[in-house]
Ligand binder design. Structure first.
Ligand code: IPM
Ligand code: MG
Length: 399
């Protein structure tokens, strides 16, 4: 028997959801210029420790950045601001992904660096609050999740442009149990939302003389992925010199581990969930998700974060001081590049490569058999200040 009442309730729910989405699309269209950091003084850099090992690795990242930016901190161009309260305990207490006072402070910063935050899942004892990452991306409209993965020895230099505010994530909390037997989630892809991420990817490709791969499953998911691919065709017309191809997510996942093909990919642009999955696969090839940083960029705000979780077990077992701060520091290097310190950012990336992939004077094991985060921080600071940094890096990479 058809449950008319259940269908009516679902229909109403769906109607409200669409209203909110259409309003969001209007906001995207109204959002024009990018922040010009050269003109901003002071640039306020918020530091959100997050929970679990977050505050430990964030502290190391801050120590390294404060050393690199010493001069501009002294002359008032840069200001660090610690923001407390983005912990799972405080978020659960307020039943909010981001408590209001924390969000207000975040909005006062131009960019933030964020440690990992625990994301509750059904049945784990925490209230069903939205992931702080996802909430921040949506609240601040950080539509581009930019994730570089580089394995120079193998000629791999990938730049992922993951759409960060739409797809199944846009309304992940707003699915509906139509009846106890039928669960429905909603996938949202918009024209302006697709356009801006694809344009950002093509623009990056143009500036760096690279090709673009657009990943969808448009042969099956015809409406939403179909629109994303259509937008790629449209945007590509504005970049006549840029070579691009469409690929399906399933074969892309396979080709990423095909030694004969994988170095051909350069800039990869894709909807949110495919990007979530493919970037974990890519990061694992680089040495694990702990080695990758991630930039969440919007026109007005930007947030930089580690892409791994908060490892609460390490804290419970009193091992937080052994947590590897590399991905958080990578995020710091991306932040430097984003706000205009291209050279400093590059040096920090090189120091991270040397310390983490090549020279490896110390190993991080996550326990007392390895180095502490602070020891690694000291090692990185010494490396990044070495006048021979560039040639050391070149020797390793092109050995
Ligand atoms: C990521 C993470 C997040 C995501 C989680 C923690 C919400 O996996 O940044 O890739 O799914 O986007
Ligand atoms: Mg992920």
């Amino acid at each position: 028997m058809v449950d008319k009442q259940a269908i009516e309730a679902a229909r109403e729910h769906f109607g409200k959801l669409l209203e909110r989405q259409l309003a969001r699309i209007e906001r995207i269209k109204a959002d024009k210029g990018w922040t010009d950091y050269a003109k901003v003084k002071p640039i306020i850099v918020g530091v959100l420790g997050g929970d679990g090992i977050g505050p430990f690795i964030a502290a190391e990242m801050q120590r390294v950045l404060e050393m690199l930016l010493k001069e501009d901190i002294a002359n008032g161009k840069i200001k660090f601001r610690i923001i407390e309260g983005l912990t799972i305990e405080n978020r659960a207490k307020h039943l909010k992904a981001i408590p209001d006072d924390v969000l207000a402070e975040i909005r006062e910063c131009h960019v933030t660096l964020k440690g990992p935050t625990t994301t509750p899942e059904r049945g784990d004892g925490w209230p069903n609050i939205e992931s702080a990452n996802v909430a921040m991306r949506k609240e601040l409209d950080l539509f581009a999740n930019i994730r570089p993965v580089r394995i120079p020895k193998e000629g791999i230099d990938w730049m992922f442009y993951r759409e960060n505010t739409e797809d199944i994530y846009a309304v992940g909390l707003e699915g509906t149990m139509v009846t106890p037997d039928l669960a429905v989630d909603f996938r949202v892809i918009s024209r302006p939302g697709s356009e801006r991420i694809i344009d950002a990817a093509f623009n990056y490709a143009k500036e760096n003389d690279k090709t673009v791969t657009v990943v969808t499953k448009a042969n099956i998911i015809k409406t939403t992925d179909g629109l994303f691919l259509d937008m790629a065709r449209e945007v590509a017309k504005r970049y006549p010199g840029i070579k691009w191809e469409g690929w399906y997510i399933d074969i892309m996942t396979a080709k990423l581990i095909d030694p004969a093909r994988r170095r051909d990919y350069q800039v990869i642009v894709l909807p949110n969930l495919y990007g979530d999955i493919l970037t974990d696969e890519a990061a694992q090839m680089q040495g694990g998700v702990g080695t990758a940083g991630s930039a969440n960029v919007g026109k007005k705000f930007a947030m930089f974060e580690a892409i791994h979780g908060s490892a609460p077990r390490m804290v419970r077992e009193d091992r937080a001081q052994y947590a590897d701060p590399s991905s958080m520091i990578r995020a710091g290097a991306m932040m430097l590049e984003h706000i205009g310190y291209k050279e400093l950012g590059k040096k920090l990336h090189q120091a991270l490569d040397i310390c983490g992939q090549y020279e490896k004077k110390m190993v991080m094991t996550g326990r007392s058999t390895g180095a502490t985060g602070k020891e690694l921080g000291d090692y990185l600071m010494a490396t990044v200040q070495d006048p021979k940094l560039e040639s050391r890096w070149q020797e390793y990479v092109y050995a």
